[in-house]
Design a protein around this ligand. Structure first.
Ligand SMILES: Nc1ncnc2c1ncn2[C@@H]1O[C@H](COP(=O)(O)OP(=O)(O)OP(=O)(O)O)[C@@H](O)[C@H]1O
Ligand SMILES: [Mg+2]
Length: 217
């Protein structure tokens, strides 16, 4: 199949159940490739709409497009790190056409038994002991620091834990990449970038502890 043909193929998601849903997107297993997923923007009434940070008055602003932003950030990471990025991030394979709208094609994280990896929020709410995530979370943090990768807040539902032999093996960030600051000082000034990554890690762990406690009440 040549590239031109591939681009015009429409992936049918009409009867496919999403395996995941966030405030803004539905996530589907790619019907033709079980190691990839497709994220499609939600259009229902209950979706969360975030507005782009900008000085432009609200009435002229476009709603923030998660897929466009994530594609850009993941491509930036690939240019910077190459295949090394796959240790903790999905790769983006670009936008495709689906029967329910434009979709972003990405790596899908799975455990060694083939099941789709769970996010930290689901694990904690199911009673998974937070202490068992400390090592993999530290490794993830070291990776962010080593490459000074800036992120939004590290939210528990945007980090998935891939399991091997029933034990946490690696954390992957599947949403929330990039620095939301309007003026990207942390990207330009290394010391600020490092500080920001450390702050994100600390805040995240505190939030995980709160989430973990929620489970026990
Ligand atoms: N690549 C992936 N591998 C495994 N699970 C995933 C992957 N991508 C998404 N998920 C699951 O689907 C859920 C929703 O995905 P995602 O965070 O991309 O949606 P969103 O609408 O952008 O989220 P938010 O509410 O944070 O804006 C995640 O919380 C996670 O449980
Ligand atoms: Mg999310």
């Amino acid at each position: 199949m040549n590239t031109a043909t591939q681009k015009t193929t429409i992936i049918n998601l009409d009867d496919v159940q999403p395996f995941g849903m966030g405030g803004r997107r539905l996530c589907f297993v790619h019907p033709e490739n079980p190691s990839r997923c497709i994220k499609v923007l939600r259009t229902d009434e209950n979706r969360v709409i975030r507005w782009r940070k900008s000085k432009i008055p609200a009435k002229w602003r476009r709603a923030y497009d998660n897929n466009a932003h994530e594609k850009k950030e993941l491509e930036r990471l690939y240019r910077k790190l190459g295949d090394e990025m796959s240790r903790h991030f999905p790769r983006s394979y670009g936008m495709i056409t689906t029967s329910i709208g434009p979709g972003l094609e990405l790596d899908l994280m799975r455990d060694d038994d083939g099941l789709i990896s769970k996010d930290i929020r689901s694990l904690l709410l199911a009673g998974y002991p937070l202490a068992q995530l400390r090592d993999v979370f530290n490794q993830f943090g070291e990776f962010l620091l080593r490459h000074r990768i800036l992120t939004r807040n590290l939210l528990d539902h945007n980090l998935v834990v891939s399991m091997r032999d029933g034990k946490p093996y690696r954390i992957y960030m599947i949403d929330g990449m990039g620095d939301p600051a309007w003026l990207p000082l942390a990207r330009w000034i290394p010391a600020l970038g490092t500080e920001k990554v450390k702050r994100r890690m600390k805040t995240a762990w505190t939030r995980f502890q709160i989430r973990s406690a929620e489970k026990s009440v």
